[in-house]
Design a protein around this ligand. Sequence first.
Ligand SMILES: [Zn+2]
Length: 308
Amino acid sequence: MRLPYSRDDSAWGSVMIPITVIKNGEGPTALLTGGNHGDEYEGPIALFDLARTLNVEDVSGRVIIVPAMNYPAFVAGTRTSPIDKGNLNRSFPGRPDGTVTQKIADYFQRELLPLANIALDFHSGGKTLDFLPFCAAHVLADRVHEASAFALVEAFSAPYSMKMLEIDAVGMYDTAAEDMGKVFITTELGGGGTATAKTAGIAKRGVRNVLSKAGIFKGPVDVAQTQWLDMPDVDCFCFAEDAGLIEPLVDLGDAVKRGQITARIHPIGRTGQAPIEISAKMDGLLCARHFPGLVKSGDCVAVFAVTV
Ligand SMILES: [Zn+2]
């Protein structure tokens, strides 16, 4: 896809978003995306790799690979676009006559999503969050639609699989895909603005496992056991009410009890002040945490989930 930048923005004059399409025989279409947020790396790693290594003879159907959806953000290493500050994952359905980020959303909404039967959109924690590695799908009103998505999540074979509650679904790519009836799955595979050998490996295996489950990929796969988690309500999320220095008292994957203090936020303006305490509002485990050592008011500092 060619980005219609204005001619006076010379730094971006001829940038195009890389895309690979592999089609062979009859079968469903998978739309595979990374870099929806530009500072999340497992998706781009897995998808640049897949675009280079997927043999056409192993495909039955069509695979559309976009390793870096919000390409300007990906090139800048930032969550949102450096051109218009657009958060692509909050820009759907987009606008054909809008800003650059809105145009990218519109291209997915009107051109790519309608072609797809299934969509896998890779995310990670970015610079601000770190996650337990999981593949996820949303709890949906349509139970048949929901079950199709959870079957692909299980096939992905991440160490954890999440039944995800969306507390604010407005403008999301996920919602755009689900509203079209597409089977949509996503991931959170680490974070901190980098990737590890472990999380990159999970992504590379997972995408082939999903394509195999969908009947599109005929090559070898590497499936594994997964631990299902559930995020039943908004009590899963803890936000900072004041800025400060965060002291973790539990780490990712640690079990917690309702009422347990899991982190402290120390005021940094002066010494001698009591920290704000962050408590778990449910029995479960810590599945995401704030990554940088300093937090601002309103930051998500912890996410808890329940083992199923
Ligand atoms: Zn993301």
